[in-house]
Ligand binder design. Structure first.
Ligand code: 8YV
Length: 325
């Protein structure tokens, strides 16, 4: 029987499914395996079921020559050196599609919570600081009818565009590495802008682009300086896309109005300055966290692993070129 490592706690049905095909080593702890532990646990393993918290590097692959498939329970795969996997003929799969709508729901929720100052209001209420009504008490910015800027117009970006356009009557503008086909733009009611124009025009800017060396700190001091002082910034992509120091400065000096962050550069560590600022809504990387979605992601990752190691066709491969013809 082939051996596989399940590197994080997974639903019982998923572990059972994997155990019916493989000899499974399950890491039960709540804390991810450290790099050295992961390397040790992967010795002799043909497959790895991982999440966004395990890094798959060229060095790790060289130390684990039996590894043939890495299946991540995440759509993002910046934690995996895909080129190194492909060069070593290690199949990599992710979990697209199944999380699109719930992640878009959360992106919109975070945008609204941020623009309408919900966390600030709840903190004030819970702390017993709610004294009275005033005309400008916790007055935030408008969501309906505002200009929604989307940076990264993949599946999740498009699902957010639909919510903004058809749910809230927003003007939707976007920037993406490649422009969408004209009929998709028309269907979404979204207009393409340069990154600079997007930064200047958005009342609410939501980041949904993949993280890579290219997108590292693609929102930094110069980009924040282009945004409206009344603007909201929401990040549900990856922390490293935003220069957190620059963002903290901009928020402290009210150069933008507010930010909603679900992801952080060094998560689970959060920049201590952000923790002190009232105009930031902070959530612990939960954009895809609904039970049905997480179950769908876990099953898809497991189904990919079963297919990859039993000669069947994986459902969502990232490097299909390594699959034998
Ligand atoms: C996951 C995510 O919660 O899918 C992704 O890329 O960021 C989240 O949905 C996380 O990565 C768990 O693997």
């Amino acid at each position: 029987m082939k051996k596989v490592l399940v590197a994080r706690r997974a639903p019982a049905a998923v572990v059972e499914k994997l155990a019916s095909h493989f000899d499974v080593d399950l890491h039960q702890g709540e804390v991810p395996l450290a790099a050295g532990e992961l390397r040790a646990r992967l010795q002799g393993m043909a497959g790895a079921y991982i999440t966004g918290t395990e890094r798959i590097t060229a060095e790790l692959l060289d130390a684990c020559p039996d590894l043939r498939a890495v299946c991540t329970m995440s759509v993002g795969y910046n934690h995996i050196d895909l080129a190194a996997c492909t060069a070593r003929r290690v199949l990599v799969t992710n979990t697209p599609d199944v999380l699109t709508e719930s992640t878009a729901d959360f992106g919109f929720a975070l945008l609204m919570a941020t623009a309408r100052r919900m966390s600030e209001g709840e903190r004030l209420l819970r702390d017993g600081r709610w004294k009275s009504w005033a005309w400008d008490f916790l007055a935030g910015s408008e969501v309906h009818g505002a200009t929604l800027g989307i940076l990264g117009m993949g599946r999740i970006g498009q699902a957010i565009a639909r919510r903004g356009r058809f749910g809230f009557g927003m003007k939707v503008v976007y920037h993406n590495r490649s422009r969408l086909p004209v009929d998709t733009e028309a269907e979404l009611g979204a207009s393409y802008l340069t990154k600079e124009a997007l930064l200047r025009q958005a009342d609410h800017l939501i980041l949904v682009l993949p993280y890579s060396a290219e997108s590292h700190h693609c929102i930094g001091a110069p980009e924040l300086a282009l945004m409206k002082p009344t603007a909201t910034l929401v990040n549900i992509a990856r922390g490293g896309i935003v220069d957190e120091e620059a963002l903290a400065d901009a928020l402290r000096e009210n150069r933008i109005a507010a930010a909603g962050l679900d992801v952080f550069e060094g998560e689970p560590r959060v920049n201590p300055v952000l923790l002190t600022l009232p105009n930031v809504v902070l959530t612990p990387h939960i954009a895809s966290a609904t039970m049905p979605t997480r179950l769908a992601m876990a099953h898809l990752a497991a189904d990919n692993l079963v297919a990859a190691l039993t000669g069947a066709k994986p459902l969502t491969p990232l490097n299909p070129e390594v699959i034998p013809a």
